[in-house]
Design a protein around this ligand. Structure first.
Ligand SMILES: *Cc1c(COP(=O)(O)O)cnc(C)c1O
Length: 337
């Protein structure tokens, strides 16, 4: 399977002879969710972005950002990250043979993401501060040094990520009324809107933020953002204006969901649809269930990252294991009870 640059090159800022750094990202499943559709009283499809090579949608943007960096002759890349950008940047840098440094908020990223960044050989810097401070510092750093910034302030990230909207448009030949998506730094909602409008579609864009990290909902930055959904623990989104433009021009809305609502949607997807996403990804589904999507009859929820990224939250949210002696009676009791 080709990656997104090979598949959509004519709609992306890459010429045929340009170098491509790819891990075969994109082409992710879009599956109907019968139980969720019943509960939400509308037809709901799930875009499984956890099926990307490093387990999140960030790979769509990273293949574009790293390919452009190689084309420009960059030797090193850097990013601030709540985890998935770090994992993806580390993997694509390893693939490209570039040096990679990632700045993450100390103690606030899921262990799977940390493991990925480290195993791919990135320099991992744990900042005694939050994501917003990390992003501000890396922007200063790249002003002083010839290092390529691969956060979603880099437009190649948005270009790569818009391909998810192309895929949805191709897969659903009839009308899509609404998209539900978690919003952190607001790059992805910006990318989807660009992808849909370039495909001649205008679904209503519903962005959902965690209640403790909901600057777009309050209309003001949040100084100390807090939520179990660490991937969207962001208080001052870089793509603020573009996100609000996508929401207002499409006739959508932005709203907040509590951690309890996020975790309820997270467990519901795992237990009834067989789909394990990370907590941040469940925010879109939580928003659909808590706030609805007006009169939309066909909805896509973007599940942005894989549940295995954050095994700790899963273990905290799920049932306990049953200890058992190695005897048939004990096994019978344990299995059949
Ligand atoms: C990055 C990320 C988000 C938020 O995307 P933004 O472009 O920052 O709004 C949501 N969910 C997951 C799993 C992520 O990794």
């Amino acid at each position: 399977m080709h990656g997104i640059i090979e598949r959509y090159r004519t709609r992306l800022p890459f010429a045929p002879e340009d170098p491509v750094v790819s891990l075969g990202e994109g082409g992710t499943p879009l599956v109907l969710a019968p139980r969720l559709s019943e509960r939400a009283n509308t037809e709901v499809w799930l875009k499984l972005e956890g099926a990307n090579p490093t387990g999140s949608f960030k790979d769509r943007g990273m293949t574009a950002a790293l390919s452009a960096a190689v084309r420009e002759g960059a030797k090193a890349v850097v990013c601030a990250s709540t985890g998935n950008t770090a994992a993806s940047a580390a993997a694509y840098s390893a693939r490209a043979g570039l040096t990679c440094a990632v700045i993450v908020p100390e103690g606030k990223i899921a262990t799977g993401k940390l493991a990925q960044a480290l195993v791919h050989g990135a320099r991992v810097v744990a900042l005694r501060g939050n994501f917003d401070e990390a992003l501000k510092l890396v922007r200063e750093l790249v002003n002083r040094h010839p290092i390529s910034l691969v956060n979603s302030v880099n437009d190649f990230r948005i270009e790569g990520q818009k391909t998810a909207a192309f895929e949805i448009t191709e897969a659903l030949d009839s009308e899509l009324d609404a998209l539900c998506i978690p919003v952190g730094n607001a790059g992805n909602i910006t990318a989807y809107w660009r992808g849909f409008t370039q495909s001649g579609r205008r679904p209503r864009m519903f962005g959902f933020q965690a209640a403790g990290a909901a600057p777009l909902v309050h209309g003001a930055p949040v100084k100390n953002p807090e939520t179990v959904a660490s991937a969207i623990r962001i208080g001052n989104p870089a793509r603020w204006e573009q996100a609000m433009d996508a929401i207002t021009s499409s006739g959508g809305a932005v709203a907040a969901v509590t951690d309890a609502q996020i975790l309820d949607a997270y467990r519901f997807l795992a237990a009834t649809e067989g789909i394990f996403c990370e907590p941040a990804s469940a925010a879109g589904v939580a928003g659909l269930l808590a706030h609805g999507v007006q009169d939309a009859r066909r909805v896509v929820c973007v599940l942005t990252g894989h549940g295995l990224k954050d095994a700790q939250t899963a273990l905290e949210q799920a049932g306990a294991v049953l200890p058992c002696d190695p005897e048939i009676d004990a096994i019978e009791r344990a299995v059949l009870r």
